[in-house]
Design a protein around this ligand. Sequence first.
Ligand SMILES: *Cc1c(COP(=O)(O)O)cnc(C)c1O
Ligand code: SF4
Length: 328
Amino acid sequence: MGQAMGQPVHQPVRLTPYLSAQIDRSAAIARQFLPDRREDDIAPAEMADPIGDIAHSPVPGIIHRYPDRVLLMPTPQCSAHCRFCFRRGLPDRPPLSDAEVAAALDYIAGHPEIFEVILSGGDPLTAPPRRLSMLLAALNRIDSIGVIRIHTRRPVIDPDRLPDAAFEAIAASQRPINIVCHINHPDELTEAVTGSLHRLRAAGADLYGQTVLLKGVNDDAAVLEMLFRAMLRHRVRPYYLHYPDLVPGTGHFRTDLTAARTIYADLKRRIGGLTLPRFMLDIPGGFGKVPADGESVHVTRDGYVTLTDPAGRAHSYPGALETPWTKG
Ligand SMILES: *Cc1c(COP(=O)(O)O)cnc(C)c1O
Ligand code: SF4
């Protein structure tokens, strides 16, 4: 916590050698990783913990919001910093200690209703390879766990430096491993990147993609069409398209929700069902994800938005009004 209302959140620039070369080649990549002075504009609706993770953390490193699946976050670190990162504004913390990892695994083993463990972060593929193989092996020993998921961006931002031991750890898992890779623009699918994705698949992982809808990067049905087709061509199945969370200092990345829904409706007319990800919005406060194109979202004519969570409770959504900070 610790972030005072309205205070700019300083996130240092962090790039990989690979990305340093890519930002000269692609404006869409540069916008995602180079700082912008508009990061100092904090809208009143922006929260340090926009999706309410802190409220659902029973032990360090675990977020248990949905009964049958948990997030396990071995490290808060990533090989580069996306400027719109949802972790911006959350307290800095070191990777989990050995004792915290043991406690997180005990929590999972003690909750047999958990079917799926999602390694998230930060980027779990930046954890030391020995830690990754230890975690995968430990999860394989818990009978109630059916599948393991890894949320990562490393194949896209640091494709040349994924350690061999990470591929070996994935190959050694008896439980299916689903890798959900964060990819936002067709420019990101270079040969180096598709090569690292192919290697993950060869190690036995099934590949999915998640994309954040970002103003000035991909808020265009034609760009998204190109992106999702390119993903499918490389055997990455588009899973979620996220409406951006209310992260402090990221208003210049948010397309107005009504315009975003129009883009998605257009996209839906252009591409087939396997190519189309679901369009999701995370309700602030930890109430869960809902389809952003569906009936859970109600937009009044004057631009106010009400969201209905999976339990049927209504929440007003402060981020969607046409305001100076969403106009950018
Ligand atoms: C998004 C999320 C999940 C995964 O949800 P899916 O809809 O299965 O992708 C799990 N736990 C938390 C806390 C999440 O935010
Ligand atoms: S890859 Fe995800 S967790 Fe890492 S900096 Fe980007 S948005 Fe944040």
